[in-house]
Design a protein around this ligand. Structure first.
Ligand code: S3P
Length: 163
């Protein structure tokens, strides 16, 4: 079975919805951030502070290539992973990509920014970042999910598409 790949802005609910989806479909969830943190033995903040964003992006590409060879997974991607087209190309080899397109203001207001170095430049920066990324997410997506009334509803919308 193809992997289910969740993309979207930081804080939009990829990990929450991904966890529920994995449980519902009895699949394994892989969170690209969590995998990178585990392998590096340090937090996202520490990786960004010590090595910078470019280094983090090379780790995302390596992880994407690896996961593109897997199957039956639910994959919750870091928010910036689709910025590298090669990551999406790799994940699409055996995956269906869902963009969780949640309102960015609502996302920012409900988000924990503590281990999110790129979310700490304020609300306007976050909205601008979303605007810059929107076309990238759109072109990466096989399906766009728009209802964030609750994580259950978001999950059910994804399940409906998969039927
Ligand atoms: C990032 C999103 C984060 C994490 C890193 C960079 C981004 O993942 O990969 O802080 O550029 O949007 P989440 O989307 O899980 O917060």
């Amino acid at each position: 079975m193809k992997n289910i790949v969740l993309i979207g802005m930081m804080g939009c609910g990829k990990s929450t919805v991904g966890t529920m989806l994995a449980q519902q479909l009895q699949r394994k969830l892989v969170d690209t951030d969590a995998l990178i943190v585990e392998r590096e033995g340090r937090s996202i903040n520490e990786i960004f502070a010590a090595e910078g964003e470019d280094y983090f992006r090379t780790l995302e590409l390596a992880v994407s290539r690896e996961l593109g060879e897997a199957e039956n997974l639910v994959i919750a991607c870091g928010g910036g992973l689709p910025l590298q087209k090669e990551c999406i190309t790799a994940l699409k080899k055996n995956g269906i990509v869902f963009w969780l397109c949640r309102n960015p203001g609502e996302t920012y207001d409900s988000m924990d920014t503590s281990d999110r170095p790129l979310a700490r430049q304020g609300r306007q920066d976050f909205l601008d970042r979303f605007a810059a990324r929107e076309p990238i997410y759109r072109s990466a997506a096989d399906h766009i999910i728009l209802d964030f009334t609750s994580p259950e509803i978001t999950m059910n919308n994804i399940l409906e598409v998969l039927k």
